[in-house]
Design a binder for this molecule. Structure first.
Ligand SMILES: [Zn+2]
Length: 125
């Protein structure tokens, strides 16, 4: 039996006993029980959110350069370490011609020097 159903059953019995004071006390207790249930729901939700964040923190892999990767990420995406350190947000970086760039804070660098130099040579930049 759930909390709400249990309270409803007891309220019926108390109502039949025709005791107003007892009925008022029961209503107060009901209100407190519902407030506690709401608080439990809120805390459960916050706890789930914190666990999710902690799981993410444990997957973060730092590198010498200004990007992060995640353990067990089949796509091997790069994320911005600056945005992560500042706001705890995972911003995927753009990767192109050996360079990476954060679209949010514009942190950038070269992760593949050979590929980058090849690009620069080809286009004579
Ligand atoms: Zn960034």
């Amino acid at each position: 039996m759930g909390l709400y159903e249990g309270i409803k059953d007891v309220a019926k019995i108390v109502q039949q006993a025709d005791n107003i004071e007892l009925y008022r006390q029961l209503l107060d207790l009901c209100e407190q029980a519902l407030e506690m249930q709401n608080k439990i729901n809120q805390l459960s939700s916050e706890n789930a959110e914190l666990k999710k964040k902690q799981d993410l923190e444990e997957r973060i892999q730092r590198h010498q350069l200004l990007y992060l990767t995640l353990k067990n990420d089949a796509d091997d995406f790069f994320y911005c370490s600056t945005c992560w350190d500042k706001d705890r947000k995972l911003i995927q970086m753009h990767k192109s011609q050996g360079e990476y760039l954060c679209p949010h804070c514009h942190s950038h660098g070269i992760y593949d020097k050979a590929e980058h130099e090849k690009y620069v040579r080809e286009f004579r930049l």
